[in-house]
Write a protein that binds this ligand. Structure first.
Ligand code: SF4
Length: 194
């Protein structure tokens, strides 16, 4: 197809003469109005970004975590505080709280897990799509806390894999937020393969 003008002669905006997209030096490029007649040599003056697909994907995943709160006790109140306006986890892209495991990729276990609840937690974890991540929030989830008892799980890593541990009883919203930021760093470094 021969080169052709597509500028509007009536336009009050000054434009360079252009050729149809897909021709000559433009082949394979998206042509913006007024840029169609640039030389290939001009491309050297543009701004470019090169990266690996994995890096790009991990960056996107780390900045768009969708948490599923598995709240069984008082720690869940601190979680609610973190997603609310004062602390506002939306600043880090993790505000889309979902109660359906199929729409979440970050399980935050906030509270005491008893033996009766552990299979439920495991089932919900297994229903989450991969890649999926887990934060154990608070002393109870990480170690059973002060419930040194036969019916309390002494750390949820006995049941599901854990990526980040947030200490405290209860942990502060800042503490949980810090845990999410650390998880984000791990994802972006490509350390978590699940
Ligand atoms: S760690 Fe403390 S605040 Fe959190 S669920 Fe256990 S007892 Fe409650």
């Amino acid at each position: 197809m021969p080169a052709q003008r597509f500028d509007n002669p009536e336009s009050i905006i000054a434009r360079k003469e252009g050729i149809a997209p897909g021709e000559d030096a433009e082949k394979g490029l998206i042509t913006l109005p007024g840029e169609a007649d640039r030389d290939l040599g001009d491309l050297g003056g543009g701004s470019y970004l090169t990266t690996k697909v994995d890096t790009m994907v991990n960056w996107a995943r780390g900045n768009s975590l969708w948490p599923l709160p598995f709240g069984t006790a008082c720690c869940a109140i601190e979680f609610m505080s973190m997603v609310s306006s004062h602390y506002d986890i939306a600043r880090f892209g993790a505000e889309v709280v979902r109660f359906s495991p199929r729409q979440a990729d970050l399980m935050i276990v906030a509270g005491t897990i008893v033996d009766k609840m552990a299979p439920v937690m495991k089932k919900i974890y297994e229903q989450m799509p991969e890649p999926r991540y887990v934060i154990a929030m608070g002393a109870c989830a990480t170690s059973g806390g002060f419930y040194r008892m036969y019916h309390v799980v002494q750390g949820i890593d006995e049941v599901i894999p854990v990526d980040i541990w947030v200490p405290g009883c209860p942990p502060t919203p800042e503490g949980l937020m810090y845990g999410i930021l650390k998880l984000k760093e791990k994802i972006e470094r490509g350390e978590i393969k699940r």
